[in-house]
Each structure stands twice: as structure tokens, then as C-alpha cells.
Design a protein around this ligand. Structure first.
Ligand SMILES: *Cc1c(COP(=O)(O)O)cnc(C)c1O
Length: 462
């Protein structure tokens, strides 16, 4: 098989057309695009198909059925867009097709990770000698840190979990709050913890743990805090909790999937005060840093716990004294995730990251102001990039939400915040402009007017 420049060019052109269409197209696919997905239900081809035809079909059927999370008008979940420079870096990295598991297999992947790791610790102002692993998402970041915590806490109890497994292990306590992101529960389960191991602390009106109301910690406690509540954007009070934990010999992990980036801006850094006292942190690249999926890192103060848990050894896997990426992550073979982190940080620099964070926060405040001015009720203190709002009861809020979603102009999703049904805005894309915010606000305000109209079912539908 020869190198087909044509197939690569076809994909390149399709990608440029797609990105160029984001300004005008609907943020969610219409029913026609969804129906057209049926075209993919073909029998397995008996023989080859021309490469360019494969890409053309992918574009024709696929592009219209995407959710335009890369556009500036998508505010559902916290997904971010992808900075063009990171898309480009990812294209080149795909062409390289490096296996980033081992330095010998890819010096460039290992070195880029090493450089990016240092930059990330610096911009997030975390201990500079922390171990950094490049993983698929915050779920796996938390998983990696829980595995390291489990190993370190049990080692201190004189128990070697690597050799003996969990069967006879001393019981560890998981101390956190109901506001914990559900992916952490999954990550805990992957590490062998059950729901009965979890102790939930009360939280305040913004979803922050109340330190005075936490149970006493001990050397068998794994405390999980969060930077960036998925509804309110609030951060737990790290300093008092980390100090308590340090005294008790407990381990503190911070889920900072998007909120850890608050630390990269002088305007929001105070939210993260004391976070550097924790033992481990996870943060996504594919959310607020605006890298393509799937990309995240974790950082862990205790490098030896990390090395104890991860790393595949075999005589054929030759090691040198440089960074061996697989000794930081659950995987052996994987793509070179450091490439996009490096490209984003090189492109943005410290000030660019700060501006990205500040711009998203300003948009969120703008939304909050516009929504409450129009008669919506904003349910959270807008301290970061998150806005939760409602109008009247659940039925009325649902009506407003449906008409916003159906507009195709903008998209956001439902949530329940402190027992109240609401809608949730997350501003986390580099691509969102003031115009996007104004246009989306118009839709939301019009939906409010419509939501209070009496519902009636016309006898005959046309
Ligand atoms: C998104 C998110 C996660 C999970 O991250 P993934 O990248 O989806 O694995 C965990 N915690 C918080 C607070 C999140 O916002």
C-alpha cells in the first residue's frame, strides 16, 4: 500500500470545512442528520473501499451528526472546545503514531510529557517534584491517585497490598461529601472500595464541605475534595481540611477536573488557597485547557507510591534513566498525550491561560446578570464559570429548557441543585465570544417569556 496523500488531504479539507461551519451551524444535530446515521448500517464490506471514499462518507454522514461542542455556543456539561493549535498538534502526532509508553519507543513523546509536566506543575503552582501522569480523563486521574493513596496508606499500616491484595487489608475510610462528582465513585469502585466505605460530610449553600462538621480523620482516611463543583463552580476550603488531614496522617485528593484551572488566574486563584497542601490532584486537559479529547493529568506528591502501583516490567521493555511514561499510568501502549498539553501551553503561555480562564468567568457573570435581569432566578454564587438558574417550578423550568434546547442556537442541560430543578451553564471554551453570549442570552430570555404561557394542546396538529 502506498502513502495516499489524497486520503490525508480529503480529511484535512473536511476538517477545515467542519471547523469553518461552526459559526453558522446548529449546536445539536437536527433530526435529519440523526436519521441519516442509518446509512452507516451496512453489511461488513467483503473487500476494500477507496480511502478517500471512506473519509468522504465519514464527513457526509458524520459531520452533520456531531454535537458542536467545539463551537462558542455550547454550554452543556463542562467540555471546552479544542484550541486550533492543539488540533493541529494532534494531527501531526497522529501522523507520528507514537507509542508513548516507553522512552525507547518514543523519545519525543516522553520528553514532551516531561516538559509539559513541569510547566503544568508551575502554572497550577503544585509541588514541583510531584509525579505527573498523562491519562484519558479526570476519572482515570482520580483512579490513579486513589490507587497510589491506597498503596501508601496501607504501607503505613504495615500492609503490602501489592503482594497480598486487598483480602486481609486494614479498612480504609473514604471521607468526602455528597457533592463529590459521580465519576469518583466509579474510580473508587475500580480500586476496590465500596459505598459503605464512604463517609459523607455536610456542605454549605454553595456545595462546599463545612470543615467543622467533618468526622475526625485518621491515618486510614482518604479525603476527597473538589476544586470546581459541577453546578456552582465552588471549591472546598482546602487549607483547613488539608491541615487537619496532615496532622492525622490522612491522604487528601483533589478532584479539580476543571476547577483547578482557577489557580492559573490571579482573579480566581484565591478559591484554591491551600490546595498545594493536598497529596494528589486530577485535572482535565480536554475541559478548560481546551485540548482535544481525551486528555487529562494527575499529579501526586508521593512519587514512590505512584511507582509502586504503575509500571510494567519485562526484560524486553528496555528502560533508561529518562522518563518512562508507563510508570505513571495504568496503560502501557497509548497515544502521546503530552503533545497537546505542550502545544497549548507553548501557544498560550502563562498569560494566555489566565486570559482564557478570566474570559470564561466574565462570560459566566454576563450570563448571570442577563438572566436575573430578565427575571430568571440564579441559584448559585457565580464565582467561576458555572451558572445554575431556574424559573418558577420544575415544570416551568423544563418548558424553558426545552425551548432553549430546541432552538439549535445554544445548548445547555438540566440539573438539580440543592433539591431544586434548574438549568446549568458551563462556559469553558476558548471559542465563546461576547456575541455568542448575547445571542444565547436572547434565546434564554425568549424561552422565559414562552415558559409562562399556559400550555394547551391544539385539537388538531398541523
Ligand atoms: C468532568 C468531571 C470529572 C470526570 O472527568 P472525565 O474527564 O470525564 O473523566 C470529574 N470531576 C469533575 C468535577 C468533572 O467536572
Amino acid at each position: 500500500m502506498e502513502l495516499s496523500e489524497e486520503v490525508l488531504r480529503t480529511a484535512h479539507m473536511a476538517a477545515l470545512r467542519y471547523l469553518g461551519s461552526l459559526g453558522e451551524r446548529r449546536v445539536v444535530p437536527d433530526s435529519q442528520a440523526i436519521a441519516a446515521l442509518a446509512r452507516l448500517r451496512q453489511p461488513l464490506p467483503d473487500g476494500p473501499t477507496d480511502g478517500s471514499a471512506v473519509i468522504t462518507e465519514l464527513d457526509e454522514v458524520g459531520s452533520p451528526a456531531t454535537v458542536a461542542t467545539a463551537s462558542g455556543r455550547f454550554f452543556g456539561f463542562v467540555v471546552g472546545g479544542a484550541l486550533p493549535v492543539t488540533v493541529a498538534a494532534s494531527w501531526l502526532a497522529s501522523a507520528w503514531d507514537q507509542n508513548a509508553g516507553n522512552w525507547i519507543l518514543s523519545p519525543i513523546a516522553a520528553e514532551l510529557e516531561d516538559v509539559a509536566a513541569g510547566w503544568l506543575l508551575e502554572i497550577l503552582d503544585l509541588p514541583r517534584d510531584a509525579a505527573v501522569g498523562f491519562v484519558t480523563g479526570s476519572t482515570m486521574g482520580s483512579f490513579s491517585c486513589f490507587a497510589a493513596a491506597r498503596s501508601a496508606l496501607l504501607t503505613k499500616q504495615g500492609y503490602d497490598v501489592k503482594r497480598r491484595g486487598l483480602r486481609d487489608a486494614p479498612r480504609l475510610r473514604i471521607v468526602t461529601s455528597e457533592e463529590l462528582h459521580p465519576t469518583n465513585r466509579a474510580a473508587l469502585a475500580y480500586c476496590g472500595f465500596g459505598l459503605d466505605d464512604v463517609e459523607l460530610c455536610p456542605t454549605d449553600a454553595q456545595g462546599r464541605i463545612i470543615p467543622e462538621q467533618m468526622p475526625a480523620l485518621d491515618a486510614c482516611s482518604l479525603v476527597i475534595l473538589q476544586a470546581g463543583n459541577i453546578n456552582s463552580g465552588a471549591c472546598d476550603p482546602f487549607e483547613p481540611i488539608c491541615r487537619k488531614a496532615q496532622k492525622a496522617g490522612a491522604w487528601v485528593h483533589v478532584d479539580g477536573a476543571f476547577g483547578l484551572w482557577a489557580r492559573a488566574s490571579r482573579a480566581t486563584r484565591a478559591l484554591t488557597e491551600g490546595i498545594e497542601l493536598a497529596d494528589s490532584w486530577s485535572v482535565d486537559g480536554h475541559k478548560w485547557l481546551n485540548l482535544p479529547h481525551d486528555s487529562a493529568i494527575y499529579a501526586c506528591r508521593d512519587n514512590s507510591a505512584v511507582q509502586d502501583v504503575f509500571g510494567v516490567e519485562a526484560t524486553y521493555l528496555v528502560r533508561n534513566d529518562r522518563r518512562q511514561p508507563n510508570t505513571f499510568t495504568p496503560e502501557l501502549s497509548r497515544r502521546a498525550r503530552g503533545v497537546e498539553f505542550w502545544a497549548a501551553l507553548k501557544f498560550l503561555g502563562r498569560s494566555g491561560v489566565e486570559q482564557l480562564v478570566d474570559r470564561c468567568c466574565a462570560h459566566a457573570r454576563h450570563f448571570a446578570g442577563g438572566l436575573s435581569g430578565a427575571g430568571y432566578e440564579v441559584l448559585n454564587d457565580v464565582v467561576l464559570n458555572q451558572v445554575v438558574f431556574a424559573c418558577g417550578d420544575e415544570a416551568q423550568t423544563r418548558r424553558a429548557l426545552s425551548s432553549i434546547q430546541e432552538s439549535g442556537i445554544t445548548w445547555l442541560g438540566p440539573t438539580t441543585w440543592k433539591g431544586r430543578f434548574g438549568m446549568r451553564i458551563s462556559v469553558s471554551s476558548w471559542a465563546t465570544t461576547e456575541h455568542d453570549v448575547a445571542q444565547s442570552l436572547n434565546v434564554m430570555v425568549a424561552a422565559l417569556d414562552r415558559s409562562s404561557e399556559p400550555l394547551y394542546e391544539p385539537a388538531v396538529r398541523h
